[in-house]
Each structure stands twice: as structure tokens, then as C-alpha cells.
Design a protein around this ligand. Sequence first.
Ligand SMILES: C[S@@+](CC[C@H](N)C(=O)[O-])C[C@H]1O[C@@H](n2cnc3c(N)ncnc32)[C@H](O)[C@@H]1O
Length: 313
Amino acid sequence: MGNRNSRNSRNSRNSTDKIKKKPSINKFNNKLHTEPTTSNEEEKPLKYYLPNDNDDIDRQHMHHFVRRYLFQGYFSAPIVVGEGFKILDVGCGAGTWLLDLANEHQNSIFCGVDISPIFPVEIKPGNLTFIRADLLSGLPFPDNTFDFVHMQTMAYILTPDQWHYAISELIRVTKPEGYMELTEAYDGYGHGPLYTKLSQAHHNSCLQRGVDLNFPKQLDNVLRSLRTITNVNTDKKIVVSGPSGGRVGTIFADLFIQFSSADLTIESLCPHLNMSKDECKKFILKDVKKELYQPKTAEYCVVRYWAQKISNN
Ligand SMILES: C[S@@+](CC[C@H](N)C(=O)[O-])C[C@H]1O[C@@H](n2cnc3c(N)ncnc32)[C@H](O)[C@@H]1O
């Protein structure tokens, strides 16, 4: 399964061979998202620096609830989650979005896929399954499996080529006339100088890995260029950072500060800020935070892109 342009080194193997089964426990003390391995070798750290320790999981939970509040719903696509409806979340992380939805729709079927096993294995609703798999090796599902396929917050992870491949996989596993949706966030306007400096360091550090944080801005054009989907729509919310953006603005500012000041993020950022780790941490926790709490420092755009797979006729 998976379509043809998946990661070359993994193409030749069957997807079930590729994923070494891990014990059924959460590895909450991991410091890095890790790749599944094919043998008994130690897990290799991925090339991006999002931590997945308890703090990161807490951030994912908070991010989910603030996004749900912002959009007043779990998704923007015009779907009705009925009996037997099948929903997939790719790069599901701790599984917060799915856990919330699966509890609300007990007659529907939910599945989460993540390369890193930070999702719950035992304490979860019976209609929800998690699978450890690498999206970039092809999703481990046949074509046309799900009514709705969702992916969010992959901006720091995927290179432009990987975005194209990931989208083709999401569409492949969506049923004809089913929907897919992507949610991402990017910088808006009105940046203060310190925030701009930090944001630029994030961009430069990502570019070193081939990841372009501006890419999500063009996802609507990417989707519109595809013949396999139609009805491409955008649902965009602007969040003013800090207390002048209300409770949502304060939460977004705090999440950004927490993520930026996590140890692994600091390691990637400090060469781009020309600072030591301690200086970098102080700069983020004190100076940038203070600036973000001032009015008109920063805005974030949080965008949902959704589209419908064409019918077979
Ligand atoms: C920033 S987190 C977002 C988690 C969740 N979607 C959310 O919004 O809370 C990105 C997730 O993508 C997962 N991920 C990264 N590369 C992946 C890949 N190649 N295949 C599957 N999952 C991947 C990471 O392990 C991580 O859990």
C-alpha cells in the first residue's frame, strides 16, 4: 500500500514488515519523536526537533482544545459523523483530537496513525485504534478506506516534497466523495522585533532540514492543482497573540513560548540566534514573552483547508 513516490529506501518492503512492533506501553519519557525500526536496533531520532515528552503532550492537549474553541468545532469540512462513518487522523500525536471525537460519536470508527507511539494504548474508547506507521512510507490502508481523513500541525515536519506525497496518500485512502482536511498555523502580521527575530530563527532552523514554514500558506493552491479532489475550501482564523487577543491569544502566546523554550527546540534555535543555550532560554522566556504580551506584537493565522475526493463516475 502507499503510492509510488514514498521514501525510496523503504519502497521495496511491505508496510507491515517495516514497522517493528513495540511493547504496548506509552513511552512518555521519550525526548525525541523516533522512527520505527526494522530490527532490534535502538530507535533512531527523527531529523526534526519536536519533543514528545510529557510537556509536549500537555501542549498538544491544550492546542487541541484552544483550536476547537477557535473554530467552534472539530473540523470545518461539511461532514456528518454518522453510524459506521470511518475517520483517520494522520500524525495523530497523543491522539487528543481522536479521543475527543470518538467519545462523542460512539457508533463511528476512528483510527490514528503516528510514527511515534505517544498515543494511549489501553485507556481509550473501543471505537478508536492507533497504529504506529510512517506516513512517508505509505499509509497502511487500502485505497478508498475512510470517509474523512484529517492531518494537523505538520508544518515543522514535512518538506515541500513530503507535503505533496502526504497529501496524495491522504487522498488515496479517502473514499470517493469523502473529505480530507488539513489544519496548520503560520505567522500573520504586526510582529514585534524580538518575536520577529525568534520567528526567523525557527524558519532558518527548519530550512536547514528542508522544511519551509511558509509552505502551509500555499496549501489551498496545492489542493486546487489536484485533479483527484474538488470543492477546495479554506477556513481561516486570525489570533492576536497575548492578552490583547483575549484568552485564546494568551494561550497561543504561552504555547509558542513553551514550545520555543523546550530544551530540544533551544538546541536548534541557538545557533541561529547566535546565543548560548542559557542566553537563548532567557531571551525567549523573558524578552520575547514580555513583548508578546504587548498589544500588536504578533498575529497567528490558523487555517483549515478541506476538500472532497471526486467520485468514481
Ligand atoms: C506536531 S505533532 C502534531 C500532533 C497532532 N496532530 C496534534 O495536532 O496535536 C506532529 C506529529 O506527527 C508525527 N509524525 C512526524 N513524522 C511522521 C511520519 N512520517 N509519519 C507519521 N507520523 C509522523 C509526530 O510523531 C508527531 O506526533
